[in-house]
Design a protein around this ligand. Structure first.
Ligand code: ADP
Ligand code: ASP
Ligand code: MG
Length: 835
């Protein structure tokens, strides 16, 4: 019987010189210049003996598999492809070697001649034998190790070459290749007696089987080779060199924000590898654990970087080390009321699949016991359904089990970390992050060790889920994909504000605001990452893409980004028409546009219903009082159970300014001119003077209180003389002084009573709504506002005698944009950002 690897005699390295095993992956050896780089890394490490395990040059194993397939299908294309592969290696050889080139070229040519003979034989037979396939697959490592060893010899470094097929003996079991340690150690001793160089280049991935035939350790198996030879040579450490800084918190191709995990326990690394972290092969850990050899994952392209340490006593903080996903799975469910209370059903499911040689990635039983589902590889879907159908044939015929089904397109996302066991709230955070990103969880499993929580989800949502969960555990920032429609004055100010603070938000609040789309009425500017906000205007004007709100929504709501927000800074009703559709997609909508809040009730209800049904936020604080917290205050009053009896206020900055200044000494029309010149009015001052804008704000507040208010329900007193209402803007501006006599009259009569004039909006809890010019006592709160201040007074059950007042600047692009931005941050906060 094979003894345990831990019982082997201390290896062949003299005790005083440490021996380090290095494994280089295919990407580190992709061409001659990279091979030179690898040699340099090894030569720079003085004072150690080296065991160097190499993969094939990147892509070569895939090519070899393809070649064997072509030959076995009698496709003559194998021949040309084989020549290309040979040329690639000979080219690398030529670039690497001068003096020893002839011998190495000869050696490579012999190997390729042999390969061609074999492929030729395969093409005659017309079917690949597993032995031939295994042999062909592993040749890339032979080619690559030959090149590296020859290069060292060329440099004059004493280096031996070890073909793992001579030494490493494995047998194949269900979970992969298992090493015959005794046999392998004996063969290595024999080999070592004949070789003594301080550096040994070894072929990764390949081995011999019990019959002495060439075999492999399975795809990506060179990491495993590295650890096996580390153990056989009694290495002090195994360094696995690849093309990333180390083990990252998620696959960087799916989560570009993934961060380095400095330390992992063997168990954590194994779990991450098993659940798809390709950076290390899951079996690698086993020889390392048995001998307690620390593993380091390092970057060939940054040799100075410390990388990740995988060891028995590695730190177990933070509690979540990484998040992985495996795809191409399918969910097999066994459903039926007859399973309720029947013990052992799950075991029978497992046993049936096990007998069929189908490995189960995950199994989960709903608490109702009404269904059991397990996740298996897609390729086994049909067979799984068949064997489960057989295993439960009796129950199916009696109707105790209704059906056995398989559903493809499933991925399993796993959250891994040893420290999760002692940390409450991890599962809650996981599900919360998924729910906020609108990801439906199909099944859940938590290992008894609590080192791993896995959930089955739809594959098409896998990248989005990974990012959402990654950010949910603060491993990366919460990313919000933003689209801005109608960048007028407010939109422009908003973009500048986002630009000014986005770096700080990323650093301090873990929030990554990415404006990925901007559209005015003509153009649509899109960016995959984020639009550079410094010069968005030029880019928008220069783009040839025509404005298209559908395309904007599609782009902002990218499948791979967890959260999407559209900010509508237009004043357009047509844009508001799109809100229900956006909200129904889960896109949050934020706007200073009053069209939705004060427009037709039918559309308003559709917007609200879509937001509720799809858990999307609709925020519009800046529609009333710009940046002042008016809607929020009203919401808080209502949410905390207060009863609002009346709302009164001055809701127009323009009208506030006019009546603050109007003391009868200057004609009213002169003040209007001044306000227009200062940019306090709309281009056509009638838009302010008519009171409609104020009425819209009142409708928004009324609807917030639950009143079914329409704009037509508001009694509005317009300040525009009847005879000027139909004029063009120019005519109106020319005849402005027609407003003066009546205005002067009103002012004089108010003053006679010691009163002032104010343009006030009023609403009571029954829905009576008025907007117009009123006289107020000089000591009234509304009489003491400044400049363009807005003021709102809430009279409620709690604030009855002394109403709650919100007051401050209520107009201007800067403060309005700040109100929109505050909404954006509140939405981000509700999605999990630490704002
Ligand atoms: P090698 O050729 O060196 O064996 P691999 O391509 O097999 O390299 O593995 C390294 C790659 O694994 C990285 O380039 C990265 O894209 C991918 N990867 C997937 N998940 C992770 C992860 N959690 N951490 C680091 N890399 C990962
Ligand atoms: N060359 C082999 C493969 O591509 C082994 C490895 O690179 O780890 O699977
Ligand atoms: Mg690899």
């Amino acid at each position: 019987m094979t003894t345990s690897i831990a019982d082997l005699p201390a290896g062949v390295a003299p005790a005083n010189v440490p021996l380090i095993a290095h494994k280089f992956g295919g990407s580190s050896l992709a061409d001659a210049s990279r091979i030179k780089r690898v040699a340099q890394i090894l030569r720079d490490r003085h004072g150690e003996r080296q065991v160097v395990v190499v993969s094939a040059m990147s892509g070569v194993t895939d090519t070899l598999i393809k070649l064997a397939g072509l030959a076995a299908r009698r496709d003559p294309a194998w021949s040309g492809a084989c020549l290309d592969l040979e040329r690639k290696h000979l080219e690398a050889c030529r670039l690497l070697l001068d003096g020893h080139q002839a011998t190495t070229v000869q050696r490579l040519e012999n190997e390729f001649a042999h390969l061609r003979d074999l492929l030729h034989a395969l093409s005659l037979l017309g079917s690949p034998s597993p032995e031939a396939m295994a042999y062909v697959q592993g040749l890339g490592e032979v080619f690559c190790a030959t090149l590296l060893a020859a290069y060292f010899n060329e440099l004059g470094d004493a280096t031996d070459f070890l073909d793992a097929r001579e030494v490493l003996v494995v047998r194949h079991e269900e979970l992969g290749a298992v090493v015959e340690w005794d046999d392998s150690a004996a063969r290595l001793r024999e080999w070592s007696a004949r070789h003594s160089a301080p550096r040994v280049i070894i072929t990764g991935f390949i081995a011999r089987d019990l019959e002495g035939r060439a075999t492999t350790l399975g795809r990506n198996g060179s990491d495993y080779s590295g650890a096996i030879f580390g153990a056989l040579f009694d290495a002090a450490e195994v360094h696995i060199w690849t093309d990333v800084d180390g083990v990252l918190s998620a696959d960087p191709r799916l989560v570009p924000e993934a961060v380095l995990v400095p330390e992992l326990t063997y168990a954590e690394a194994c779990e991450l590898a098993y659940f798809g972290a390709k950076v290390i092969h899951p079996q690698t850990m086993q020889p390392a654990i048995a001998r307690g050899i620390p593993l380091r994952i390092r970057n060939t392209f940054k040799p100075e970087h410390a990388g990740s340490l995988i060891a028995a006593n590695a730190a177990t903080t933070p509690p979540v080390k990484g998040i992985t996903a495996i795809g191409e799975l399918c969910m097999v469910s066994v459903e039926g009321a007859g399973m309720i209370g029947v013990p052992g059903t799950a075991e029978r499911v497992f046993a049936a699949l096990h007998r069929a040689g189908i490995s189960v990635v995950m199994i989960s039983q709903g608490s109702s016991e009404h269904s059991i589902c397990c996740v298996v590889e897609n390729q086994h879907a049909q067979r799984a359904v068949q064997v489960l159908g057989d295993a439960f044939a009796r129950e199916l015929s009696r109707g105790q089990i209704q059906r056995v089904t398989a559903e493809p397109g499933v991925s399993v996302l796993a959250v891994v970390g040893e420290g999760m066991a002692g940390t409450p709230g991890i599962a809650a955070r996981l599900f919360d992050s998924l729910a906020r990103a609108s990801i439906n969880v199909r099944a859940i499993a938590q290992g008894a060790s609590e080192r791993n929580i896995s959930v089955a989800i739809a594959s098409r949502q896998a990248a989005r889920a990974l990012r959402a969960v990654h950010a949910g555990f603060y491993l990366s920032a919460q990313t919000i994909s933003i689209g801005v429609v109608g960048p007028g004055q407010v939109g422009r100010a908003l973009l500048a504000q986002i630009d000014a603070v986005s770096e700080r938000l990323l650093r301090d609040a873990n929030l990554d605001l990415r404006v990925r789309a901007i559209s005015d009425s003509k153009h649509l500017l899109l960016a995959e990452g984020a639009i550079a906000l410094g010069d968005w205007k030029a880019a928008l004007d220069a783009t040839s893409e025509a404005a298209d709100l559908g395309r904007l929504a599609e782009h902002v709501d990218a499948e791979h980004l967890p959260h999407a927000v559209i900010v509508d800074c237009s004043a357009s009703s047509a844009v508001a028409d799109r809100y229900p559709e956006w909200l129904a997609r889960g896109i949050h909508v934020i706007t200073p546009n009053k069209q939705a809040g004060a427009g037709p009730m039918l559309r308003y209800r559709a917007i609200r219903a879509a937001a509720t049904a799809h858990d999307a936020r609709f925020r519009y604080e800046a529609t009333v009082g710009a940046g002042l917290p008016i809607v929020t205050t009203l919401r808080d009053l209502l949410d905390t159970g207060d009863e609002v009896l009346a709302v009164e206020g001055i809701l127009s900055g323009t009208l506030a300014w006019l009546f603050n200044r109007f003391d009868g000494r200057q004609p009213f029309s002169v003040l209007v001119e001044q306000a227009r010149a200062a940019g306090y009015t709309e281009p056509d001052p009638r838009d302010d003077l008519s009171g409609t804008d104020v009425a819209r704000k009142l409708v928004i507040l009324g609807r917030e209180m639950g009143l079914p208010l329409e704009l037509s329900d508001v009694k509005v007193e317009s300040l525009v003389p009847e005879e000027l209402s139909q004029d063009t803007r120019e005519q109106f501006l020319r005849h402005l002084s027609l407003m003066d006599p009546p205005m002067l009259l009103r002012h004089a009569s108010a003053r006679a009573r010691g009163h002032v004039l104010r343009y006030v909006a009023r609403l009571d809890h029954l829905g009576a709504a008025t907007v117009g010019l009123v006289e107020l006592p000089a000591d009234h709160a509304f009489a003491h506002i400044r400049l363009t201040d807005n003021i709102v007074q809430f009279t409620t059950r709690r604030y009855r005698d002394n109403p709650l007042v919100v007051q401050g600047p209520g107009a201007g692009p800067e403060v309005t944009a700040a109100g929109v931005f505050a909404d954006l941050l509140r939405v981000a906060q509700s999605l999990g950002a630490r704002v």
